[in-house]
Design a protein around this ligand. Structure first.
Ligand code: ZN
Ligand code: FE
Length: 255
């Protein structure tokens, strides 16, 4: 199993440090800044082997070159985005695998937030590092992709085992929850989750990881088939799941 450390940085970003204790192999997911990563590596006596980037935005790749210079690590990112991932050494495509000691990560392309976004799924540790594709109670904004692309990307994540832990790149849960509640005030799972989230945030604790099961029960962007949600946005019976998803995304942008 992986040891997974969560480092809160900037306003609301999370950097994840992954350590496989048998081999000692270590990776960092989406390092926005270098200092806290270097500090944790030093504290634990770990050697950084890889950076795993989900997409090219600065708050995810900001420390790539500094960390590589300091540690000699290799930088993995999307082949589709090789011109935008600083220092990319390992270009990954959908279905590719990358290993950290005895742990294998499967790469899944999830265009929508950006055209080259990828996520890293580790079945061995039941963990998904999903960058800005899926958030707890939300999903990434559509900067480069269409609603249809993002919907397809999210379907791939929905199909992962329901106990998969999801490690998103931002702490947006509480704000996302206000929007989710505006659509599904009577959803008991959502009410419970928001009470838990409020208690965690009051103590400055992360609301992550979430799980696929929890998101399926509470996240409006995974619930386009829910009757109550469809009613809340006045979807017509002929509206396809993609159309409903697009409407929810638009409502969230204006919320
Ligand atoms: Zn982003
Ligand atoms: Fe981001």
């Amino acid at each position: 199993m992986l040891d997974i450390l969560l480092l809160p940085v900037l306003t609301d970003n999370y950097i994840y440090l992954l350590h496989e204790p048998v081999s000692g192999a270590t990776a960092v997911v989406d390092p926005a800044i270098a200092e806290p990563v270097l500090a944790v590596l030093q504290e634990n006596g770990w050697q950084l082997d890889y950076i795993f980037n989900t997409h090219h935005h600065h708050d995810h790749v900001g420390a790539n070159l500094q960390l590589r210079q300091a540690t000699g690590c290799k930088i993995a990112g999307a082949a589709n985005d090789s011109t935008r991932i600083p220092g990319i050494d390992i270009a990954l495509s959908d279905g590719d695998c990358i290993t950290l000691g005895d742990q294998t990560f499967q790469v899944i392309c999830t265009p929508g937030h950006t055209s080259g976004h990828i996520v890293y799924y580790c079945a061995d540790s039941q963990a998904l590092f999903c960058g800005d594709t899926l958030f707890s109670l939300g999903c990434g904004r559509l900067f480069e992709g269409t609603a249809e692309q993002m919907w397809h990307s999210l379907q791939k994540l929905k199909n992962l085992p329901s106990d998969t832990r999801i490690y998103c790149a931002h702490e947006y849960t509480q704000a996302n929850g206000r929007f989710a509640l505006s659509l599904e005030a009577h959803n008991l799972d959502l009410q419970h989750r928001l009470m838990e989230v409020a208690a965690l945030r009051a103590n400055n604790q992360p609301t992550l990881p979430s799980t696929i099961a929890l998101e399926m029960a509470t996240n409006p962007f995974l619930r386009e088939n829910s009757t109550s949600l469809r009613a809340a946005i006045s979807a017509s019976p002929d509206d396809s799941p993609v159309t409903v998803f697009a409407k929810i995304r638009k409502l969230k942008d204006q919320f």
